[in-house]
Design a protein around this ligand. Structure first.
Ligand SMILES: Cc1cc2nc3c(=O)[nH]c(=O)nc-3n(C[C@H](O)[C@H](O)[C@H](O)COP(=O)(O)O)c2cc1C
Length: 242
């Protein structure tokens, strides 16, 4: 697999580790993935519970927890570390502002449309912004709004299909429906992104996620136009089943 860039950030192994909330993907897993050359991702969901010894106030404990997890990850790796933030979380804004002020390499935002995400960047911010989408329509909406309102385009996009673990956006019967498959979504989103890439002379890599387990799966989805993949370690799925 070829190295890839997210903005000006080089990713030696073009795989993003899926963020997993409430204590599953923290600094340990993220640093291990980053040390292998991928993007390690700390999930910001539920940090206030994990750090409740610091404060009874969930919001304060979450901010402290995210700072701590980023610091611990930095102690263990010089690789690329991202933070997963779900738009639907009550402390979305806190987690975004903290990720940016602590200079996380990337924010990955899903579970809702992060339409105002670029508004939190400051002049000296280095954090790259990567939305998670599950349709070409959402991709277009985000690109249009970001460009019009903030003169910004996503540094990369992640598409999560119906087979993504923990994903809530699809109905059960859509999991096996070819019309909703990742194989159908990827070319649609690539063609949407291509219009913005051509118009603004930029590059927006697409990472595909959801049911991608093996190197062959990665190869197949890249043949459909994805630049790379986002996945949770297979072992996680196996552990969660037991
Ligand atoms: C246990 C678990 C927890 C997850 N938690 C989050 C989360 O907090 N935020 C999020 O955006 N996605 C979450 N996801 C989705 C993953 O980040 C990832 O996008 C998805 O699992 C990729 O597909 P795959 O499971 O087929 O590899 C979670 C997935 C699992 C299995």
């Amino acid at each position: 697999m070829k190295a890839i860039n997210i903005g000006n950030l080089p990713i030696p192994v073009p795989i993003i580790q899926g963020g997993m909330g409430v204590g599953i993907s923290l600094s340990g897993l993220a640093a291990a993935v980053a040390n292998e050359g991928g993007v390690g991702v700390i999930s910001s969901a539920g940090l206030g519970l994990l750090y409740r010894n610091f404060s009874d106030n969930y919001l304060e404990a979450s901010i402290h927890g995210l700072k701590e997890e980023l610091r611990l990850a930095r102690e263990k790796t010089r690789g690329v570390i991202g933070v997963n933030v779900m738009v639907a979380m009550t402390n979305f804004v806190d987690m975004i502002k903290t990720s940016i002020s602590e200079k996380a390499d990337i924010i990955i935002a899903g579970a809702g449309l992060p339409l105002d995400l670029p508004s939190f960047l400051r002049k000296d911010s280095i954090t790259k912004l990567v939305p998670i989408v599950s349709s070409a329509r959402a991709t277009r909406l985000i690109c249009e709004k970001w460009k019009t309102n903030y003169d910004y385009l996503p540094d990369a996009v992640i598409v999560e299909g119906p087979k993504a673990g923990g994903h809530l956006g699809f109905k059960a019967e859509q999991i096996a429906d070819k019309d909703y498959s990742l194989e159908k979504l990827v070319p649609e989103i690539v063609s949407e992104l291509r219009q913005f890439e051509d118009k603004y002379n930029t590059s927006i890599p697409l990472f595909a996620a959801g049911g991608i387990y093996t190197g062959e799966d990665i190869n197949n989805i890249m043949n459909l136009g994805a630049s790379a993949a986002e996945k949770v370690p297979l072992q996680m799925h196996q552990d969660l089943r037991h």
